[in-house]
Design a protein around this ligand. Structure first.
Ligand SMILES: Cc1cc2nc3c(=O)[nH]c(=O)nc-3n(C[C@H](O)[C@H](O)[C@H](O)COP(=O)(O)O)c2cc1C
Length: 192
C-alpha cells in the first residue's frame, strides 16, 4: 500500500506518459474569482517538484489575478485512456524567476512568440489581429533568443487533499482520498 499520494501520483503519471497521449499533462485548474465563483480551465502540468504540482501561465491572466486574491485552487485530471481521475486541492504560490526561466526555455519557439504577442485573458478586437500581431513579433525576434516576459511564470500547488479514482465500468469506482492530518498524509476510502 502506498502511504504517500505524491509517490502514487508519480506512478500514475509515469503510466499515463507511457500511453503516448497527445496532452497527458492537461489538467483543469479551478480558481475562485472575486465574485466567489469557481472558474476552471485546462493548463499543462509542467512538473512535480518539492511535492508541489507546477503549471505555467501569464501572471496577469484571469487565473493569475484570481490566485493573487485567493490562493486556494483545485486541479482535476481525467485520463480516459487509462480510466484514472485525480482531484487535488491546495494552495498556489508563484515559483521563483529562476524556475520560471527553466520552464520558459523548454517551450517551443512559436509558443514563446505567442506569449510575447498576446495579453492573455484581455479582450481581442478581431481574430485576424492575433495572426498579424504574431507575425509582427516573430519578425522582430528573428534570429534572437526569446527572453521570458516578466509576467510569464508559474505556480506551485501545495496539496492538502488528493483523491485518486480508478474508473470501473460497473460504476463501482475505487476512490482513495489522502488528506493532511497533523502534518502526515492520512488515507480513507470513499463510496463511489
Ligand atoms: C490542453 C490545454 C492546455 C493548455 N495549457 C495552458 C498552459 O499551460 N498555460 C496557460 O496559460 N494556458 C493554457 N491553456 C489555455 C487555458 O485553458 C486558458 O484559455 C488560458 O490560460 C486563459 O485562462 P484564464 O483567462 O482563465 O486565465 C491550455 C488549454 C488547453 C485546452
Amino acid at each position: 500500500m502506498i502511504n504517500n499520494p505524491i509517490v502514487k501520483f508519480e506512478r500514475w503519471w509515469d503510466e499515463v506518459k507511457r500511453f503516448g497521449l497527445k496532452h497527458p499533462g492537461a489538467v483543469c485548474v479551478s480558481t475562485i474569482n472575486e465574485q466567489g465563483f469557481p472558474s476552471g480551465r485546462f493548463v499543462d502540468l509542467k512538473d512535480i517538484a518539492d511535492d508541489c504540482f507546477i503549471f505555467c501561465t501569464n501572471l496577469d491572466s484571469q487565473k493569475g489575478h484570481d490566485i493573487e486574491k485567493n490562493d486556494r485552487v483545485a486541479l482535476t485530471f481525467w485520463w480516459e485512456a487509462i480510466g484514472y481521475q485525480v482531484r487535488i486541492i491546495g494552495h498556489a504560490s508563484q515559483i521563483s524567476s529562476e524556475a520560471a526561466d527553466r520552464y520558459w526555455d523548454t517551450r517551443p519557439r512559436d509558443a514563446q512568440i505567442t506569449t510575447h504577442s498576446c495579453q492573455q485573458s484581455k479582450l481581442l478586437i478581431s481574430e485576424k489581429l492575433l495572426q498579424v500581431q504574431f507575425e509582427k513579433v516573430k519578425a522582430s525576434l528573428e534570429g534572437m533568443e526569446i527572453p521570458r516576459p516578466d509576467n510569464w511564470g508559474g505556480y506551485a500547488v501545495e496539496p492538502i487533499m488528493i483523491e485518486f479514482l480508478t474508473f470501473k465500468a460497473s460504476r463501482l469506482h475505487l476512490r482513495e482520498r489522502y488528506t493532511i492530518v497533523e502534518n502526515e498524509w492520512s488515507k480513507e476510502l470513499l463510496q463511489p
